[in-house]
Write a protein that binds this ligand. Structure first.
Ligand code: ADP
Ligand code: NG1
Length: 458
């Protein structure tokens, strides 16, 4: 395979998988693909649920990805065929507006988010018809960003098929914006790392404006992903958006308490920036201003001087209209604490990564405790798995991604990886037949992978 265009270089692609994709494409459409595209999933090492607060996060791409084979057609349609029979085929007309049903998050809506995002970005009135075969090997709804990889892959394909060009940063921002058509108010970590990742390095991702910095990880650290085998589909539940809403309301109460115009504040990171305050000072402000008991709607409306109608339309999202209580103190405390942990993790890696595995592990453990107790985005199985990982020799272990199920990421000393894998296998997977059947794709070592790529056959 030769790389083309140069901006999106080839990522690691398993040749057997590619050959299978090509064969399926030929059987399905009767011709060869014109090009291929892939976009990876990611594992977040630290910085959970703070991208949408405007704070930096620290993920790396994984080797598992969404891979697609594509040809162009003149029939004014987008055909999508998925290698996995669980995901049914679909044909969409390019002469009609692309409609994404937020109440029914079918797999192809994620693809159509990417298509729509590029269409809107360039104001394309009539999209190029395309025939695609999709093959994904990222465990879905497990905190490894399978959905964003699908959105990014579709964005990249649509850009290429319509002969448009964007920088990686612009494509990442476009894909972040368009995934919100499915209804989740994500912060951009997943799309940014899927597109901007580079092999062999984790990245600090900063927002507003989007930028990334390589983070050198300790030579002796190996990151192991383990799936709790509990799935949580973000778009089909309101857990995720209800946390976004808690943070938005906490922002407004903190801003108002410091005499700022709360209407101008939406993200927790804006308040310290405006006040020129440190994260430690923000944690003290949370203690001073917010109370640990959940806030009711009435109380929030009274404090902010807004009507119940304004509360519903300006602060809540479509799928959180039913929420009656808001744990503002706990959510803000998590966000400012987690933002500080990301910066400490990055500093430790920059200064003395090889002497500091324990420090990094401690930060990961603190992050998990905060996600579990303050942000309440873990679940019993995930807590059990994290405990097992620590007892099996991990230096640090925590849930990764949105949570409420999905994966843990553990940092393990290189010399202990084999005994760690065996101990986790015995304690978490083998005792349960369902988990045992999923073990092969659920427990694996992960190296930082490359970002989204397009390539042509020689
Ligand atoms: P994640 O944390 O993996 O992003 P989500 O629940 O947000 O979890 O998204 C998972 C959804 O993404 C799946 O239900 C499915 O609709 C879509 N998806 C993931 N992988 C694939 C795939 N290989 N092919 C088609 N759709 C996929
Ligand atoms: P996953 O794990 O892919 O559901 C979600 C958000 C991220 C981030 C994490 C929590 C989307 C597309 N992704 O990730 O932006 O907020 O949760 O840190 O909404």
């Amino acid at each position: 395979m030769a790389t083309n265009p140069p901006k999106f270089k080839v990522s690691v692609v398993d040749d057997e998988r590619l050959q299978n994709l090509k064969n399926t494409f030929e059987r399905q459409y009767g011709g060869s693909p014109l090009f291929y595209a892939c976009a990876p999933g990611r594992v977040n090492l630290i910085g959970e649920h703070i991208d949408y607060c405007g704070f930096s996060v620290l993920p790396m791409a994984i080797e598992q990805n969404i891979l697609a084979a594509v040809s162009l057609n003149n029939s004014g349609t987008i055909h999508l065929f998925n290698i996995n029979p669980l995901y049914s085929n679909i044909t969409v007309s390019t002469s009609e507006e692309i409609v994404i049903d937020k109440n029914n998050p079918k797999w192809y809506y994620y693809f159509l988010c990417g298509v729509k995002g590029i269409q809107e970005k360039f104001g394309i009135s009539r999209l190029q018809g395309m025939s695609c075969v999709i093959d994904g090997n990222i465990p879905p709804s497990s905190g490894l960003s399978s959905s964003s990889a699908l959105v990014c892959c579709a964005g990249l394909i649509t850009m290429e098929a319509n002969q448009k060009s964007l920088s990686k940063v612009d494509l990442a921002e476009t894909c972040t914006k368009c995934e919100s058509y499915i209804g989740t108010e994500g912060g951009g970590m997943d799309q940014s790392i899927s597109i901007l990742a580079e092999k062999e390095t984790a990245k600090l991702i900063e927002f507003g404006p989007l930028r990334t910095t390589d983070v050198p990880l300790p030579d002796s650290a190996v990151f192991v992903i383990s799936n709790s085998c509990v799935e949580m589909n973000k778009a089909a539940s309101s857990h995720y958006n209800s946390r976004v809403v808690d943070c938005r309301i906490a922002t407004k109460l903190l801003a108002q308490a410091k005499g700022l115009n709360q209407k101008e504040f939406l993200k927790l990171a804006q308040v310290p920036t405006e006040m020129n305050a440190s994260l430690e000072e923000m944690l003290a402000l949370v203690e001073e201003v917010l109370h640990p008991e959940p806030y009711s709607r009435d109380e929030i409306c009274k404090i902010l001087g807004i009507t119940s109608q304004q509360f519903s339309t300006e602060l809540l999202s479509a799928n959180t209209q039913h929420v009656t209580h808001f744990k503002l103190y706990q959510r803000a405390k998590h966000a400012y604490g987690e933002a500080a942990r990301v910066l400490r993790f990055k500093n430790v890696c920059d200064c003395a990564p090889n002497d500091s595995m324990q420090l990094l592990g401690d930060l990961m453990n603190q992050s998990h405790a905060s996600c579990r107790d303050l942000y309440e985005c873990s679940c019993p199985e995930l807590d059990q798995l994290v405990d097992i990982c620590l007892k099996s020799g991990a230096v640090g272990s925590r849930l990764t991604g949105a949570g409420w199920g999905g994966c843990a990421v553990s940092m393990v000393h290189r010399d202990k990886v084999q005994s760690f894998l065996q101990a986790v296998r015995e304690a978490y997977y083998l005792p349960d037949p369902r988990r045992a059947a999923m073990e092969k794709q659920s427990l694996f070592v992960s190296k930082p992978g490359g970002g989204a790529a397009i390539y042509f056959e020689k």
